[in-house]
Design a protein around this ligand. Structure first.
Ligand code: GUN
Length: 294
């Protein structure tokens, strides 16, 4: 069994990005600038966004964090998005999801300028991704592809089972693993909460990508020998004995599944850090595209 070490690979990617940014500075060029909007005070979202902003500083990007209260109206948020769309200093930005109930997430995604949509959530970018056109690939799926590529995990002709059909992970992942090229060329089954006989399906999988958010959902009995296991779940489980009052766990029963797997991602330290590294990569790409318009 080999660990797909997202922490290590994400650090390598950040070093590569930092070297590019250093070159930009030396040449007197503008460096990439990422902005993040967070609405409300959800603990996990604040942690993720904080980590994104700190990573920007680490690679030499400029960053802006826009914190808006939980009571923010849809109109106020759309106005802020338009401000960032118009601000030529900002190369890319994200609106952290989920949003409070009074805000229509689809309207928000549609409001972001596709050229600054480093999350790759806008329908223009999602459509381009599905059509194999050059675009921003959503950071979590992009990070999984990068891990597969850097570890040389074979995907061609393999049966990939994706668990979860979210717009952020499961749906794009199912498209990307089936497309021509590497990583890709696999035969994909997309499973979800209404799937029957899921064990029958997962136990035939060569590669399982689980993005469900149910702690320890994937058990050893559901997995065949030598399968590749990618765990996208990050759930906070309350536990008073821990300093933070919770611990983080994935969708996979790591202790038992790892004994059968050929490759497996840990949680934490697997897909999570890759997501941040690929967001930075998308922001660097956004800067490079904008440079041709400067
Ligand atoms: N919430 C969970 N994952 C993500 C992500 O990749 N981007 C944004 N904007 N929100 C998220």
């Amino acid at each position: 069994m080999k660990i797909l070490d997202g922490k290590k690979i994400s650090n390598q990617i950040k070093e590569e990005i930092a070297a590019e940014v250093a070159k930009m500075r030396e040449n007197g060029e503008k460096v990439p600038h990422l902005a993040a909007i967070i609405v409300g005070t959800d603990g996990a979202s604040l942690t993720y966004v904080g980590s994104k902003v700190r990573s920007c500083e680490r690679v030499g990007f400029e960053s802006t964090l826009v914190k808006m209260p939980n009571t923010t109206s849809e109109v106020e948020l759309l106005k802020k998005i338009e401000e960032l769309n118009q601000n030529d200093d900002i190369d890319g930005f994200i609106v952290q999801l989920p949003l409070p109930d009074q805000i229509d997430t689809q309207k928000v995604i549609m409001a972001v300028d596709p050229d600054k949509d480093v999350d790759g959530f806008h329908p223009t970018n999602f459509g381009k991704m599905a059509l194999d056109m050059s675009t921003f690939i959503p950071a979590t799926p992009f990070g999984i592809l990068e891990l597969i590529e850097r570890y040389g995990v074979e995907t061609q002709g393999k049966h990939t089972v994706v668990i979860g059909r979210s717009h952020i992970v499961g749906r794009p992942m199912s498209i990307l693993m089936g497309r021509k090229g590497f990583p890709g060329n696999s035969t994909v089954t997309l499973t979800h909460s209404r799937t029957k006989n899921i064990t029958q399906i997962t136990s035939q999988a060569d590669i399982i990508i689980s993005a469900l958010g149910v702690p320890k959902f994937l058990k050893a009995e559901m997995v065949k020998d030598d399968a590749v296991i990618i765990d996208v779940g990050i759930t906070r489980v309350p536990d008073e004995s821990k300093p933070k009052g919770y611990y983080i766990t994935g969708d996979v029963d790591f202790e038992n599944v790892s004994k059968k797997a050929s490759f497996i991602t840990p949680v934490p330290g697997g897909v999570g850090p890759m997501t941040i590294a690929m967001l930075l990569k998308n922001t660097l790409l956004a800067r490079e595209r904008h440079r041709s318009l400067d």
